[in-house]
Design a protein around this ligand. Structure first.
Ligand SMILES: [Ca+2]
Ligand SMILES: [Ca+2]
Length: 109
């Protein structure tokens, strides 16, 4: 799991992780509550198997300056670095893939 900034517009950081307990791992988030607790895991998108290895996904803050938290991940199948830009509603629709040779790197957040 990683802290991913605020991608829901509620002013509180989101906790994002991959539920890899199934054949098709899914990215999802936990939202912090007013009292500091965590809400239920909410699936965002499945098909995240290539990114489910430890330390391959990290929240990097707001990469494109739109105010929404974004994610960076290493695709373990091809070693490419991929960005997901938060849409401000809890989803990560727009992506950008860059470079190669990152398979040996772990991401720290
Ligand atoms: Ca939030
Ligand atoms: Ca952003």
């Amino acid at each position: 799991m990683t802290g991913a900034g605020d991608n829901t517009g509620d002013g509180r950081a989101d906790l994002v992780g991959i539920n890899d307990g199934s054949d098709d791992p899914c990215l999802g988030s936990f939202q912090f509550t007013d009292s500091g607790g965590l809400g239920a895991f909410t699936e965002i998108e499945c098909g995240w198997g290539p990114y489910a290895a430890a330390r391959k996904v990290a929240g990097m803050g707001d990469l494109d300056g739109d105010g929404n938290g974004d994610l960076v991940a290493v695709d373990t199948t091809n070693g490419r670095l991929r960005y997901w830009f938060g849409d401000g509603q809890g989803g990560y629709g727009r992506t950008f893939t860059w470079g190669s040779g990152f398979a040996g790197y772990e991401l720290a957040s």
